[in-house]
Design a protein around this ligand. Structure first.
Ligand code: ZN
Length: 232
């Protein structure tokens, strides 16, 4: 059965996938044939990386082709070849009834931090991206209201090295945010640069426990070394 257009000459997705996977030891997630916003995944590329995952060839509805890694697709970070971003940038992004609200300002501030190329945010937010679907303030605000937003909370990225997308964001109290920033902070332990949270977890100390709070207090308030904080 012909699929139509260019696809007639291509092997069926499952066959292409088997050919690609032959002799490879990789996670076997197959996105060929799946749609993410404007992108239709049509093939897997040879650039696929065992740790970083696969790189997929996608057709955008506007006619462009683009190569996108798995996580950017599954987290809906990339949902077009870039045409969506351009369109949204041209449009005046306002949501009736929300302009001037705290949530709208929060969305606006997130965008300003990430789009800052030369100012005070440029260094910290250089590689931090906002997922395509949140470029629309309405989608962001709907997500916020459905995911525990209230006026006492601020937007927090769970993993500070990663961007703004639903799976990496939550509404947190300022206290939780400070703790999260600490978790993502690097400290020196046994002469190695390590993540604070990682070292604690290796010692069986989980977030939220008394031991955790004690270690946090010692390292961040008393400025003890990590070794001392863990031994005493
Ligand atoms: Zn496009």
């Amino acid at each position: 059965m012909a699929v139509g257009g260019d696809d007639v000459s291509r092997p069926l997705p499952i066959l292409r996938w088997r050919l690609f996977m032959k002799g490879r030891k990789m996670s076997a997630v197959n996105l060929i044939g799946e749609r993410f916003g404007r992108l239709l995944v049509v093939d897997v590329t040879e650039k696929s990386h065992p740790k970083k995952g696969h790189i997929w060839l996608c057709h955008c509805d506007c006619g462009n082709d683009i190569e996108v890694p798995t996580s950017r697709l599954t987290h809906k970070i990339t949902t077009s070849c870039g045409c969506l971003r351009k369109e949204l940038a041209r449009k005046k992004m306002t949501v009736h009834g929300y302009e001037g609200t705290r949530l709208y300002k929060c969305w606006d501030a997130m965008k300003r931090r990430c789009n800052d190329k030369t100012g005070k945010w440029s260094k910290t937010y250089k590689n931090i991206i906002i997922c395509d679907e949140w470029l629309d303030p309405k989608v962001f605000i709907d997500w916020a209201l459905a995911n525990g937003y209230n006026n006492n909370l601020t937007l927090d990225r769970i993993d500070n090295t990663k961007g703004y997308y639903p799976e990496n964001c939550r509404w947190a109290t300022p206290k939780e945010q400070a703790r999260n920033r600490a978790n993502n902070k690097y400290i020196t332990y046994n002469d190695k640069r390590r993540l604070f949270i990682e070292v604690l977890e290796e010692h069986g100390i989980m977030p939220g426990t008394k031991e955790y709070q004690r270690a946090y207090y010692r390292v961040y308030k008393l400025h003890w070394s990590m070794e001392r904080a863990l031994s005493a």
